[in-house]
Unconditional design. Structure first.
Length: 378
């Protein structure tokens, strides 16, 4: 094996410019795949971030709701119907609706207002607060926003203000990491204030978060809820997450676009690596013929070619990984961050190895068709 490694390394480094072109091709391909798949992972998490953080056993949603940001309305009377079911300990109403954030300089930005009842608890409240507190939302006209959207909303932090439907809104809490898939800023506030900011009637809500007693049978309670709520659907958090994720990533074509970009990057990288390995093999064809003539097996020669591919994969992936980490850190505070999980890193390494090994097939085919007698024709 040391001799195989030595021969493979020598062949690769024989033409350093050609080897550099191979590495650049791999790096370009893997970085692009990293960005595409990193965005996919980020999107998959972002589209369900609200559902995943809501402390609910069951969600009561308007009939036909496709995702969290599809703000149809329920009659709040459904809350009292739900509370009458045995096993239900609490039903928290929340309102999700769009409004316009009008800045002091005259600019405006669409926002998604999220209102919950602070006193009753059990609703959907901001988390990861880096400034202010939940208690400060009880102050009149108070709202919470995320750090990533401060510039878009024209505020610098605590104390910044604007108007929604001619009503004052003042930032009293700032979170970090609560981003929207559509990049529309989330604005957290109290339930009554959210109704005022969005012009929603006082008898309507968007979702009802159902909390069950510890010993309650989830499916049994769910069945009873569905029987008394004819104009709503009763979903588990996992079902609502899956529905939202499927709609945004596949129903809208966003997921297909990301996968197409990743596939294109892999094809480009494979072609570059294949062309370089083939050229390297052709350059050393007589050396391979000599090895065949003195009794080296085809398996041995194939191992040399695959080792060349693996060496290229390791070097290329190492550089691409460093660049990928830099991109992740660079976009960490942006509205659309690129994520790189340990599982994704392993997948990217396997993809790099597979891509390079497949690229080596053209060189292996050339070796298989080689006539050992050609060494005597020189």
């Amino acid at each position: 094996m040391p001799l195989v490694f030595k021969l493979a390394a020598r062949n690769l480094l024989y033409d350093k410019l050609r080897f550099a072109a191979t590495v650049v091709g791999i790096v370009f391909s893997i970085v692009l795949v990293t960005v595409q798949l990193g965005l996919f992972v980020s999107f998959a998490r972002t589209v369900t971030i609200m559902i995943d953080h809501a402390p609910a056993d069951l969600w009561i949603v308007p009939q036909g709701t496709k995702n969290f940001e599809d703000p149809s309305l329920l009659d709040e009377a459904d809350r009292y119907r739900a509370m009458s079911i045995e096993g239900v300990s609490q039903v928290a109403p929340i309102l999700i609706s769009f409004s316009h954030w009008r800045m002091q300089d005259g600019g405006a930005s669409p926002v998604l207002v999220i209102g919950s009842n602070l006193r009753a608890g059990g609703g959907l409240l901001p988390w990861n607060l880096v400034e202010g507190s939940l208690e400060s939302l009880a102050i009149p006209n108070s709202v919470a926003v995320d750090y990533a959207y401060l510039d878009r909303l024209g505020v610098k932090g605590i104390g910044g203000g604007a108007e929604m439907r001619n009503r004052r809104a003042e930032v009293r809490a700032v979170s970090k990491g609560i981003r929207s898939f559509t990049t529309t800023p989330f604005i957290f506030t109290t339930l009554d204030r959210a109704r005022a900011y969005t012009g929603t009637p006082s008898t309507n809500v968007t979702y009802l978060l159902v909390h069950l007693d510890p010993r309650a049978d989830l499916e049994g309670v769910r069945s009873q809820l569905q029987s008394v709520l004819s104009k709503a659907e009763v979903l588990t958090a996992a079902e609502f997450s899956d529905r939202s994720r499927s709609f945004w990533l596949f129903g809208t074509g966003a997921g297909a676009a990301l996968f197409a970009g990743a596939l294109l990057a892999m094809v480009v990288g494979s072609v570059v690596v294949a062309q370089t390995l083939y050229s390297s093999t052709k350059e050393h064809l007589y050396e391979f013929a000599t090895l065949r003539a003195i009794g080296s097996s085809g398996v041995y020669l194939h191992t040399v070619i695959i080792t060349q591919a693996l060496l290229s994969a390791v070097v290329g992936f190492g550089i691409a990984f460093v660049i990928g980490v830099f991109i992740v850190r660079l976009t960490a505070d942006s509205a659309l961050p690129v994520l790189m999980t340990p599982a994704l890193t392993v997948i990217l390494f396997i993809l790099t190895v597979v891509m390079c090994v497949i690229s080596a097939l053209s060189s292996i085919l050339k070796i298989m068709r080689m006539d050992p007698a050609m060494v005597f024709s020189r």
